[in-house]
Design a protein. Structure first.
Length: 253
């Protein structure tokens, strides 16, 4: 077969939207978009019997036969799970430094490919959602939807009211505004305390950077809820399927 590298087509008036081949494969829940792009560039994907090497070439899974490694690409059954991510685990499909990832935690679970819905950094723990439903995932992660995420954070200081107010007021750090929607004291000791911090947007290492701006170090950071979904009694390193009601409510959050 002669590989097809690119062949722009003019849109047909009234035709259904056509997406790039890698995006089509990803939207069907087969793998991530980056994995799909890699597969296309490696010549592992064909459309109507012809190998395609351009991940952005438009494709229509309703009218074209798409094969990945010789097998038909079809929509996977939608799967939604909640995982209690342990500390020290990387939220990534692969890690260049050989560290354990969430996929190592799930490797014997018999699940299809799932993508993380949002992120937790290596040192953070708690509630992480994974799904192969890219539309649902985007609804939860797009900043414009402002889905609340609740964290319990142990810090190396005993906060006063002024600090809690300052966390809500926010700071500008490296050109980004970092602020909590709510910050409350859960309990305190002699030298440290636990806070509950709620974010309605999530920037890279948001809470750690926000607290560092006030010379406060994070000792532990646990995400305990996403929207109305609580981590609850789910044990560390364990996962469960979301109920239909939970999927529906989160999709409306």
């Amino acid at each position: 077969m002669r590989p097809i590298r690119s062949s722009p087509r003019s849109p047909v008036p009234g035709a259904a939207p056509r997406y790039g081949l890698a995006r089509v494969i990803s939207k069907l829940g087969v793998c991530s978009r980056s994995q799909a792009e890699k597969a296309v560039r490696e010549g592992r994907v064909s459309v109507d019997g012809k190998v395609v090497l351009d991940p952005e070439r438009s494709a229509d899974p309703q009218r074209q036969r798409i094969l990945l490694d010789g097998a038909p690409v079809a929509a996977s059954a939608r799967v939604y799970i909640a995982l209690n991510k342990p500390r020290g685990i990387v939220v990534s499909a692969a890690d260049e430094r050989g560290r354990d990832t969430v996929y190592d935690v799930l490797k014997d679970a018999g699940l299809p490919w799932l993508g993380p819905v949002g992120r937790l950094d290596k040192a953070s723990e708690g509630l992480l959602l994974l799904s192969n439903d890219s539309v649902w995932a985007a609804r939860l992660t797009e900043p414009k939807h402002h889905v609340d995420k609740t964290y319990h954070v142990q810090i190396d200081a005993v906060p006063d009211t002024a600090l809690l107010e300052a966390l809500v007021h926010g700071v500008v750090e490296q050109g980004e505004r970092l602020a909590a929607r709510r910050a409350t004291l859960l309990r305190r000791g002699e030298k440290n305390a636990w806070l509950e911090i709620v974010l309605d947007e999530g920037r890279n290492r948001h809470i750690r950077r926000l607290l560092a701006a006030h010379d406060i170090h994070v000792l532990r950071l646990i995400r305990v809820a996403i929207g109305p979904l609580a981590l609850g009694e789910l044990a560390k390193g364990q996962w469960r399927h979301l109920s239909e009601a939970e999927v529906r409510v989160l999709g409306q959050a």
